[in-house]
Design a protein around this ligand. Structure first.
Ligand code: NBP
Length: 480
């Protein structure tokens, strides 16, 4: 029987689990490791066993026995059924007070269900979002922890020690109880979708309308990365656009098939937003844009019928001025995407009874995760000044930036439409902004139509009450 000498255990040693285990070991924690297929455990020890104190185990029984009580068991397997399968196998082996931590990309509703189930066995279940891909898992991810306060007391110090650090502060926090960790991670991924779509639209505009080649656009992004747009994704865009395909000598971006994948978290974010009634138009358009890119047959059919020849869509622009306008449009659209994402977290928190500190969320996204950016510091400041902020858009810093960039934003969206370049995220973000600031919206007409065809009633601007007009009769108004 193995001695219970590990302070933590981790099962699931594919890319993410392997790197997370190494990160934990490198930070001086003794870690028990396990994988369904033993070869992955052996390979981790063979390749990296000297990086820390690993306790390699072959069976789940041996794994559980190797961890000090109350045990902390991290699960890093494929989300969905595999996670349930691992939990089913683990539960009979654990003792009351043990803490099971799902670090995979679970849907927050699964996390809520699993926590309730494990509570019946006297076990803590902690849904934890881990962002930063395999590199982050190894060198410091951003970690969004849910579950109980009690579980965090034992788990928190370990997770905080392995997370990315900014100014001595860990990019790890107990964001809220229950499924809050996975909910926040889901919205993070949704914002990541919007961020990438906005970057992709900027690239398309600079190339198709601005007339710049990928290498020149790489320079533009590198320059943008020196200013307020500084972020991991902007830097990465510059690197990718500068890359030339070794086989063909073409810009790398030209040899990659233009159909984007979506693993599901973008879709979950949009589905949840619809349930919550939160307009996250940037994230939704980004998700749909990926779907559209994958509809090869429809795209081909449309190309055959509607010309895509460049002459049809030529728009003359001043190149440098256009580059500046696209930068301003990107920044404003990004403010909208984040404002919408934080709005969703606020409403989701209220709906589920989670006390989520939005400023703290921005803080733990400053490093380690895919959407890490300078910009997030401003969001933290905004929530520190006004914790109950109605929308990020109206805080002085962002409002000033949007006011300054709004003409450029309009110009870019109008030019894109004229030039036949699709900008669903830029366009919808601008419409969202205009929708919010408009004195009167055409929703008034929609309410009148609904009352006409379905007697859904309406409210008036000039007096209290609920009203109906006899549309099929004498058009008299009655109050209900
Ligand atoms: P995968 O998502 O590819 O999962 C592979 C792991 O799941 C292997 O360890 C595999 O064991 C194990 N597994 C499966 Br599949 N079915 C199992 C079962 N029934 N019982 C026990 N183990 C089972 O690994 P990953 O890409 O490292 O991701 C792990 C988690 O982290 C996922 O939830 C993912 O969504 C999340 N995540 C990934 C990233 C990323 O960048 N990849 C980023 C953030 C979060 P085997 O070796 O025996 O087949």
């Amino acid at each position: 029987m193995t001695d219970a000498r590990a302070t933590i255990g981790l099962t699931g040693l594919a890319v993410m689990g392997r790197n997370l285990a190494r990160n934990i070991a490198r930070h001086g924690h003794t870690i028990a490791i396990h994988n369904r297929t033993v070869a992955k455990t052996t390979s981790l020890i063979d390749d990296h066993g000297d990086e820390g104190d690993f306790v390699a185990t072959e069976s789940l029984e041996e794994f559980v026995a190797a961890i000090e009580k109350p045990r902390v068991v991290l699960i890093m397997v494929k989300a969905g059924e595999p996670t349930d399968a691992v939990i089913d196998d683990l539960v009979p082996l654990l003792d009351e007070g043990d803490i099971v931590v799902d670090c995979g990309n679970a849907h927050f509703s699964d996390t809520i269900r699993r926590e309730e189930r494990l509570q019946e066995h006297g076990l803590h279940f902690v849904g934890t979002g881990v962002s930063g891909g395999e590199e982050g898992a190894l060198n410091g991810p951003s970690i969004m922890v849910g579950g109980s306060d009690e579980a965090y007391e034992r788990l928190g110090p370990i997770m905080e020690s392995i997370a990315a650090q900014v100014d001595g502060e860990p990019c790890c926090a107990h964001v809220g109880v229950g499924g809050a960790g996975h909910f926040v991670k889901m919205v993070h991924n949704g914002i990541e979708y919007a961020d990438m779509q906005l970057i992709a639209e900027s690239y398309d505009l600079l190339r198709s309308i601005g007339g710049l080649e990928p290498a020149a656009i790489a320079d533009v992004f590198a320059e943008w990365n020196q200013g307020e747009l500084e972020s991991f994704l902007i830097q990465m865009t510059s690197d990718v656009l500068r890359h030339t395909d070794a086989g063909t000598g073409k810009p790398f971006v030209d040899v990659v098939k233009d159909a984007a994948e979506q693993k599901g978290t973008g879709r979950w974010t949009v589905q949840s937003a619809l349930d919550l009634g939160v307009p996250i138009t940037g994230i939704a358009e980004a998700t749909f844009a990926r779907s559209l890119s994958g509809h090869a047959e429809q795209r081909e059919a449309a190309r055959k019928v509607f010309s895509t020849s460049p002459e049809d869509d030529t728009v003359e622009v001043d190149q440098q001025a256009f580059v500046d306008d696209v930068r301003a449009a990107l920044y404003s659209s990004k403010v909208v995407a984040y404002a919408q994402g934080f709005d969703q977290i606020a409403v989701g928190a209220e709906e589920n009874g989670w006390d989520i500190d939005l400023g703290q969320v921005a803080k733990i996204w400053r490093d380690g995760c895919i959407i890490r950016a300078r910009f997030l510091g401003r969001i933290t400041e905004a929530y520190a000044e006004e914790p109950d902020l109605t929308t990020l858009l109206t805080t002085e810093f962002f409002a000033d930036a949007v006011k300054e960039g709004v003409d450029a934003w309009r110009h870019v969206v109008a030019t894109a439409a004229q030039g036949g370049v699709p900008v669903p995220a830029f366009g919808s973000s601008l419409s969202y902004f205009d929708g919010l600031r408009r004195e009167r919206l055409p929703a008034a007409l929609i309410q009148a139509l609904r009352d006409n065809f379905g007697a859904h009633t309406y409210q008036r601007v000039d007096r209290e009450g609920t009203f109906h007009t006899a549309w099929a009769g004498d058009l008299t108004e009655s109050e209900s």
